[in-house]
Design a protein around this ligand. Structure first.
Ligand code: ATP
Length: 457
């Protein structure tokens, strides 16, 4: 499939089927913002729930927090974000459009005869096509500023650019209230804001997005094994949400490209239609954050090593996953086109555990009360397995199946006259249709319930 078209198809499906809409669209939108519709929010919640299960609930040493977006600005001074959370910015001299300097392609500058001028470069503006001389970029801080309090000189506060800081702010609270044994980790899912110079590629680069982050606190000599542990969990999560092994690549980030706090970073990159780019990150943050916060706040954050009776500042391993990029990679991984019964169709091969709807129940005809009553009864039974069992009695059965295919519903269940006993041997059986193959089989409601339960485990 043509890769550019694939992206357009995903954006169109996301809008048409109620997954994702451009933010404040009737006013022309707002760059870098998207809203999630009914199926989008369900998909997103399922991705977050599964993450919580795999990164928190399945570990005895993980604790959750939900910290505020607004924090004391000292947090950002200390973390280095006020001075260092910048992107290099360049401006087109002709149209004044602004770009991230590391995102534009430079080429050697030539004189009028076409000879290359040594040491001089130009870049071409993506917006107006003008050629610009390459100059040193300006450093642009990506944090959104706002004010807390009603007075004119109310203090400047920032919308958090990452959720990690909220975890560090609660590190001592968790120690004092829960008394965890080392090593242990704290997890958080929440919004983050970055004033990206050039938000782009649908929900890939946003100005408002969500992150799922863990800070795992260890003794310094445990960092390598802990790094490997979380690396494996990230791969397991990728498999569970349907990301193909060959679409995911690890990039060992070279020292010069790492964030200021990191001593080792692996970027988990995904093959998006617009190129291989970061999906998630895994970083060894050393004791950068706790040491810096201890120094600035004057509050001791060191721990006693029970074995040696010496105090140490915990080091940190951080798996950091963007929710929106995960949604995008999931949709791209699930998108399929094929033919069923000679008709072209689109479907999303989403794993059941993240599919917005787990199954759809339908009476063959909506004007036959006995079929409707039986179908309602079946739906109620299946909702004991999972509440996200949809009802659809609109249009013909083929159309109902297509609608569910496009939102990735793994099973459709149809109640017909045989269910009611027209053929006595089929009484109380229903038709179960499989999304990926279009195949149908005849099963009892209890057998269907078992299938759904198994698909979710
Ligand atoms: P990039 O290099 O693409 O700007 P980053 O390295 O700055 O990303 P991190 O600071 O490591 O990103 O943030 C952790 C995760 O948060 C990323 O792996 C990504 O999934 C997500 N993320 C970061 N910036 C954005 C954004 N602007 N829009 C959507 N998700 C983002």
């Amino acid at each position: 499939m043509n890769e550019i078209t694939l992206m357009e198809k995903i954006i169109s499906l996301a809008k048409r089927r109620g997954f994702i809409f451009p933010g404040s669209e009737i006013y022309g939108g707002l760059a870098g913002t998207y809203d999630y519709g009914p199926f989008g929010v369900a998909l997103k919640n399922n991705l977050k729930d599964l993450w919580w299960r795999m990164f928190v609930d399945e570990h005895d040493d993980m604790y959750g927090v939900d910290a505020t977006i607004l924090m004391n600005p000292k947090v950002w001074e200390t973390s280095g974000h006020i001075s260092g959370f910048t992107d290099p910015l360049i401006e087109c001299e002709k149209c004044k459009h602004r770009f991230r300097a590391d995102h534009v392609q430079t080429k050697p500058k030539k004189d009028e005869e076409g000879n290359i001028l040594k040491g001089e470069e130009v870049w071409v503006c993506e917006h107006c096509g003008a050629k610009n001389d390459t100059k040193d970029p300006q450093q642009f801080n990506m944090m959104f500023k706002t004010h807390a309090g009603a007075s004119e000189d109310a203090s400047t506060v920032y919308l958090r650019p990452e959720t990690a800081a909220g975890i560090f702010m609660n590190y001592k609270n968790i120690i004092d209230s829960i008394h965890p044994k080392f090593p242990f980790g704290i997890a958080q899912i929440g919004k983050a804001f970055r004033n990206e110079i050039a938000p782009r590629d649908f929900i890939f680069r946003l100005r408002e997005f969500e992150q799922m982050e863990v800070e795992y606190f260890i003794k310094p000599d445990e960092w390598e094994q802990t790094f490997e542990k979380w690396r494996a969990v990230m791969h397991q999560y990728a498999r569970a949400i349907g990301i193909q092994k060959n679409d995911l690549h690890e990039l060992e980030v070279p020292p010069d490209d790492r964030a200021h706090y990191s001593q080792r970073t692996i970027d988990f990159e995904f093959d998006y239609p617009f190129g291989r780019k970061e999906l998630w990150g895994l970083a060894y943050r050393t004791d950068f954050d706790l040491s810096a916060h201890e120094k600035e706040s004057g509050v001791e954050l060191k721990q006693l090593d029970e074995a040696t009776k010496e105090k140490f500042t915990p080091h940190v391993i951080e798996p950091s996953l963007g929710v929106d990029r995960t949604v995008l990679a999931t949709l791209l991984s699930a998108y399929r086109q094929d033919e069923v019964g000679g008709d072209a169709r689109i479907y999303l091969a989403l794993p059941s555990v993240i599919a917005p709807i787990k199954a759809m129940v339908s009476p063959l005809l909506k004007n036959k009360p006995e079929l409707v009553a039986k179908a309602k009864e079946v739906r109620k039974e299946l909702q004991k397995v999972h509440p996200a069992i949809a009802w659809d009695d609109n249009g013909n059965i083929g159309k109902r199946y297509r609608r569910q295919d496009e939102i990735g519903t793994p099973y459709c269940i149809t109640i017909d006259f045989d269910t009611l006993g027209e053929k006595p041997e089929l009484k109380d059986t229903v038709t179960l249709r499989h999304r990926d193959t279009g195949e149908q089989e005849r099963l009892t409601t209890q057998e269907v319930a078992t299938r759904i339960r198994e698909s979710l485990s």
